[in-house]
Design a protein around this ligand. Structure first.
Ligand code: GUN
Length: 285
């Protein structure tokens, strides 16, 4: 029987640690605060932002929401970011992606103070991660690492295959696994026979956004599979969420696997809260 990796329980453990750190900060008259900037009316982004704000409240982090209309100019977004950078009462800044097409995302992300960049997307943090420096790291890959350490302990010498090469998940995931002494392969849409490489992996991270792309033929028996995908599909006349992994088939061969939902999803928000208290501690300590 394959172990089901419980992301909700793991997230609850992280949030309990975060809450304790928030209480220590409060005792030192520091009120950790996270600013979330949302531009436009992408429905999924609104749901994500609402969940982030709710979770922050639960652990005692103050949250500030800045909503701009879809027509907002890049300069208007940059003005908000500059004001938040300058405000010592704000410790974390998150600009929800995607931004409307007319705004250059990289330009906005690069404008965030790297010390307040709780997404870990600023080039200074991206570079720091690849150099093995202790910087703010992207929340979803950091959450995946927690789940892997909880499941496997030491990851040294494991062969990990990352499916997908996005800036938000695939690339930082590969950097974190390398820092944890894994051998890594990254496969993507131009890879030739990616399933052959994947089948050599002790650890598979699926982050491509293609519903049930990965079936049992991709997986070595006994591997650990982390499914980052959250895809909404219509099936049997109803709407449901599925991962990038064909869960029912793949769990027949894995040693351990994350479900969707209830796997990586809850960890992402928990790690955002973790990054926010880390940023608050670094800015005030
Ligand atoms: N949109 C989808 N995922 C993310 C994320 O991790 N951070 C931000 N800022 N936007 C996102």
């Amino acid at each position: 029987m394959s172990q089901l990796i419980d992301g909700k329980a793991a997230a609850a453990r992280v949030l309990a640690e975060v809450k304790a750190e928030v209480e220590r900060l409060h005792a030192q008259d520091v009120e950790p605060a996270l600013a979330v900037v949302l531009v436009g009316d992408d429905p999924a982004s609104h749901v994500y932002v609402r969940n982030k704000v709710l979770r922050a409240g639960e652990v005692g982090i103050r949250s500030l929401e800045y909503r701009l209309p879809a027509e907002a100019s890049a300069d208007e977004v940059l003005e908000v970011v500059a004001a938040l950078n300058a405000d010592p009462a704000v410790h974390g800044i998150l600009v929800q992606l995607p931004l409307p097409k007319h705004i250059d995302e990289v330009r906005v992300l690069e404008a965030i103070d790297p010390g307040k960049d709780v997404d870990g997307f600023h080039s200074e943090n991206v570079g720091g991660l690849s150099q093995g420096r202790n910087v703010l790291t992207p929340c979803t890959p950091a959450g995946c690492m927690r789940l892997l350490h909880d499941t496997l302990g030491d990851l040294s010498g494991k062969h990990a295959v990352v499916v997908g090469r996005s800036n938000i998940v695939g690339k930082p995931m590969a950097a974190l696994l390398l820092a944890a002494n894994c051998s890594i392969s990254v496969v993507h849409s131009r890879s030739v026979e990616p399933e052959k490489l994947c089948r050599l992996a002790d650890i598979v991270i699926a982050a491509v956004g293609r519903p049930r792309l990965i079936d049992a033929g991709w997986i070595k028996p006994g591997a650990v599979v982390i499914d980052v995908g959250i895809n909404r599909i219509e099936e049997d006349g109803r709407s449901r969420l599925v991962g990038d992994v064909d869960f029912a088939a793949v769990q027949q061969v894995t040693a351990a696997i994350t479900p969707v939902p209830g796997g990586v999803g809850p960890m992402t928000i928990a790690m955002l809260m973790h990054n926010t208290v880390l940023a608050a501690r670094q800015q005030t300590g």
